[in-house]
Design a protein around this ligand. Sequence first.
Ligand SMILES: Cc1cc2nc3c(=O)[nH]c(=O)nc-3n(C[C@H](O)[C@H](O)[C@H](O)COP(=O)(O)O)c2cc1C
Length: 350
Amino acid sequence: MKRILTILCALCAIITTGSSKTLLAYYSYTGNARAIVTELTNQISADVVEIQPAEKGLHYEANNYALGTQLLNAIKANPNDAASYPAIDPVNVSLSEYSTVIIVTPLWWSQMAAIMQSYLFQVGTDLAGKNVGLIVTSASSSISGVVADFKRLVPDANYLSEDLWINNSNRANMPTLVANWVEACGLNQNDNTAMSINVIVGTKTFTATLADSETGRAFAQLLPMTVTMNELNGNEKYHYLGSSLPTDSYRPGTIHAGDLMLYGNNCVVLFYETFSSSYSYTRLGSIDDPSGLAEALGTGNVSVRFEAGSTTNNLSPTLPSREGGKFLRNGQVYIRYKGQMYNVQGKQIK
Ligand SMILES: Cc1cc2nc3c(=O)[nH]c(=O)nc-3n(C[C@H](O)[C@H](O)[C@H](O)COP(=O)(O)O)c2cc1C
């Protein structure tokens, strides 16, 4: 009995700690769906896979869309037969790594483009139980037929609360529509809950954003802590923790003032200068705005307190609101507000 319970607990742990990654799977014939995917990747963290027809150089729109029509008619005539679907290139993505999959597809004759239907015919059952979203681009036709194809091909998914329809009359507004959709579907939740901490040196408090990673989360578990950090090389302060943290090290190449790194598995390093480095580190996070950091840390060993901070943006008075979500990308802290990205000084990046 005890053994069965242990196995059950282990299974529960696997299920509850499952991946939270997002995949964007798209097909695009003339580039509109691709542009949506590019915008999405500016707004959320996601992997991207492009679905491509096996036969290249076809003109689906030629002769009054004859080929596109022919492909769709074949599917319609026999939707349960794999032979009805146009061949696509192999898609080397393991869907088990993803909890959310977003399908971005053109509309063809009020249906889902045949190439995307081929992909979903192959993987629809693997998407069961996952969060699955649909974005459709058309010239003008409404998307109910594409939604019906989507639900036929992906029958048992947790559909995101809204579909998104981009067409020629709202395309100029696409980034904002994508941002509103991302928000409505709760896809930016991870970013908005990025862990904020306070790094207190003497009388100065710096806010920092921890990496949304195993290492960042493990470091957060240790807080609050006040430690003596030792001076090294005129560019860093370091402290050896009493226990080790999970690592995922890489060579950043350039170290930036404000980088909070883990050297090995237990040495916390706070950099206060920007310089090139050949060493490997695991990122713990970054000080949001490192101005004044070098002065505060001084030239010798120094006492530094790390404690949990607020999750809301209180960084820049020039932002239109202080409610935007903070997130960390490529080691830099950004703030998202109404679909736009700002740096910590409040300058709009996108
Ligand atoms: C074969 C074919 C059929 C299409 N049928 C329609 C249609 O019925 N209604 C419509 O509004 N747009 C239709 N379109 C236009 C596309 O839906 C639209 O241009 C879309 O934005 C293209 O996305 P893409 O650039 O990613 O390929 C069709 C395009 C093709 C190639």
